[in-house]
Design a protein around this ligand. Structure first.
Ligand SMILES: [Fe+2]
Ligand SMILES: [Fe+2]
Length: 145
């Protein structure tokens, strides 16, 4: 059994349930991708992991951006631009892995996967959650809608 790439730690929680749930799901998906790469799974399976992460990421960012708008988050534009950059990074990685399926799973790629999402959660999502936290009732209604 391979070691997972990332282990969930409650220090990653930002305090907005639906977003925390999606962060956990993304982390599990990154672990599945990692396992597929370590095991040299077939291209089909790796591409399925990649496509799943990309799709969930788009959905996650859209929700998070809605939460920020509802919470009148002052750094909305900057945070949204970071999401676009993260999506681009992931798209680049997808192309890299898809165009060269037999390539070695390098430490560089591993490092990228390990930090790419967690750093954003810790540095940016947490900051955002603290500042929109004074409007929990509104957010709960919106997220449940
Ligand atoms: Fe974010
Ligand atoms: Fe997030």
């Amino acid at each position: 059994m391979n070691q997972p790439l990332l282990e969930w730690d409650d220090k990653f929680l930002i305090g907005i349930d639906q977003l925390d749930f999606e962060h956990k799901d993304l982390l599990e998906r990154l672990n599945s991708l990692h396992a597929a790469l370590v095991d040299h799974s077939d291209v089909e399976q790796i591409n399925q992991c990649l496509g799943g992460i990309y799709a969930r990421l788009e959905i996650h960012f859209a929700l998070e951006e809605r939460v920020m708008r509802e919470g009148d988050y002052p750094e909305y534009d900057e945070h949204k631009a970071l999401h676009a950059a993260l999506l681009n990074d992931f798209a680049d990685l997808m192309h890299e892995l898809e165009s060269n399926p037999g390539q070695e799973y390098s430490e560089a790629v591993k490092g990228k996967l390990r930090h790419w999402l967690i750093d954003h959660i810790m540095q940016n999502d947490k900051k955002m959650a603290v500042l929109v936290a004074d409007k929990p009732a509104k957010l709960v209604t919106q997220l449940g809608a």
